[in-house]
Design a protein. Structure first.
Length: 120
């Protein structure tokens, strides 16, 4: 992300960083991303822009894809973040055949993350 981002996009990004951080302290959230707590503070203040790697992680932790985040920064509305509790309720009630599809996709994603060294 370039430093030529307009003020409105910086404000939107700041809101997404706050959403992604949730109740975590600046330093705790920074540790999750592999950066300092000060970096997170600068991002939230709009003083510094995260690099692409951190931006991707921030988007994911806020419940969005990178594409959704970039579209939002360009002025498009942001979709509602995934409500994990609601999703779990739906999973608990769905037919086992549908659940099997979800579990398989999750296992494939986890295996890919482990193989690439991004998990574990």
């Amino acid at each position: 992300m370039t430093n030529t981002v307009d003020a409105e996009a910086r404000k939107k990004l700041s809101e997404v960083v706050k959403l992604a951080r949730g109740d975590l302290s600046f330093s705790a959230f920074g540790r999750l991303l592999g950066v300092s707590g000060s970096a997170v503070q600068y991002w939230e203040k709009g003083q510094v822009l995260p690099d692409t790697k951190n931006l991707t992680q921030i988007a994911a932790k806020a419940g969005f894809t990178m594409e959704e985040l970039m579209a939002h920064l360009e002025g498009k509305p942001m979709p509602e973040p995934v409500n994990t509790n609601e999703l779990l309720k739906k999973i608990q009630c769905m037919p086992l055949s549908d659940l099997a599809v979800i579990v398989r996709a999750g296992m494939e994603r986890l295996a890919a993350a482990v193989a690439s060294g991004k998990y574990g």
